[in-house]
Design a protein around this ligand. Structure first.
Ligand code: SF4
Length: 294
């Protein structure tokens, strides 16, 4: 049973970032949660997922020491395989063979795999290439030389586990740990469910003094993170902009981003009330603010 779990976890390690099940795309400021693309500004699901993973890894120690190491850690699985085939002198060729794909997969958890591939093969990004080389050196050293020595001498999780022993963990402690894990998983799923797939942000571009009037220019930024087309309706309820219709429907293709600029002229203080509604998601965001005159 243990070997099957190790195999599944190892396969998942290689599959997860390429199928967008979970990965963080640092250059684009987005992350993927079970194929849903979300922005860093919608951080709650990401924070809860990271918290759940940390809690899971630490919580497993309450049930059995080294349970994570023996069943789930990909480094341990690879080191065990290399140790087994050492008798046939196959460990070094396999370690050399494994180093680039492991390094690239680790990189793919933080950079879009297509972007990372082009950066490395076509030299499009020196930073990504440098990270890949550094990862290759680190993983190569781990697989070729350190293997289980890393667990004994370096891994912080190895030290952490020495603090917890099964005799110190009561049944109540295990029940509380398991309950918290379930609650965190539910909270994460709920937060993803209620996180909008359409990003709606409003920014100020300019504020110009023009005789007896003030001209304010704004930019509405819309991003469709969904895998379907989205229609967004922009409606000005109070003060109307002079260069934009009172109501406009904007179509966003999957993954598309649009900037919508508009300006107001005011002589005295006026109120702006702007409704931005994503039709398919059935969600609205309202912006309300006042503009002062000269
Ligand atoms: S000590 Fe660290 S590297 Fe070693 S098996 Fe455990 S988690 Fe993995």
């Amino acid at each position: 049973m243990r070997k099957w779990i190790q195999l599944v976890i190892l396969l998942l390690f290689f599959i997860v970032p390429y199928t967008d099940l979970f990965r963080i795309d640092i250059p684009s400021g987005h992350y993927y949660w079970f194929t849903r693309r979300l922005s860093f500004s919608q951080a709650m699901p990401l924070l809860l997922t990271v918290l759940w993973l940390v809690f899971l890894v630490l919580g497993l120690t309450f049930f059995k020491p080294r349970l994570f190491c023996s069943h789930f850690c990909p480094h341990n699985t690879m080191s065990q395989v290399l140790r087994t085939i050492r008798r046939w002198k196959l460990d070094l060729p396999l370690a050399i063979l494994l180093t680039p794909p492991v390094a690239f997969t680790l990189l793919a958890y933080f950079v879009d795999p297509r972007t990372a591939w082009q950066a490395i093969t076509e030299g499009r990004s020196t930073i990504i290439l440098a990270f890949f080389i550094a990862l290759c050196l680190f993983i190569g050293f781990l697989l070729l030389k350190l293997r289980h020595q890393f667990c004994r001498n370096t891994c912080p999780y190895g030290y952490f586990q020495q603090l917890f022993r099964p005799e110190r963990t009561t049944r109540l402690g295990k029940v509380i740990t398991a309950s918290l894990l379930v609650l965190l998983a539910i909270a994460t799923a709920v937060s993803v469910r209620f996180t909008s797939g359409v990003e709606i942000d409003l920014g100020t571009i300019a504020r110009i003094h023009a005789g007896t009037r003030m001209i304010y220019t704004y930019e509405l930024r819309l991003v469709n993170n969904r895998s379907e087309q989205e229609r967004v309706t922009v409606t000005f309820q109070k003060l109307k902009p002079f260069n934009h219709p009172e109501e406009q429907q904007i179509v966003l293709q999957p993954g598309e981003e649009k900037q919508v600029p508009f300006s107001f002229q005011v002589e005295k203080t006026e109120e702006v009330l702007l409704d931005v509604c994503a039709e398919n998601e059935d969600r609205c965001k309202q912006f309300q603010f006042s503009l002062s005159g000269v």
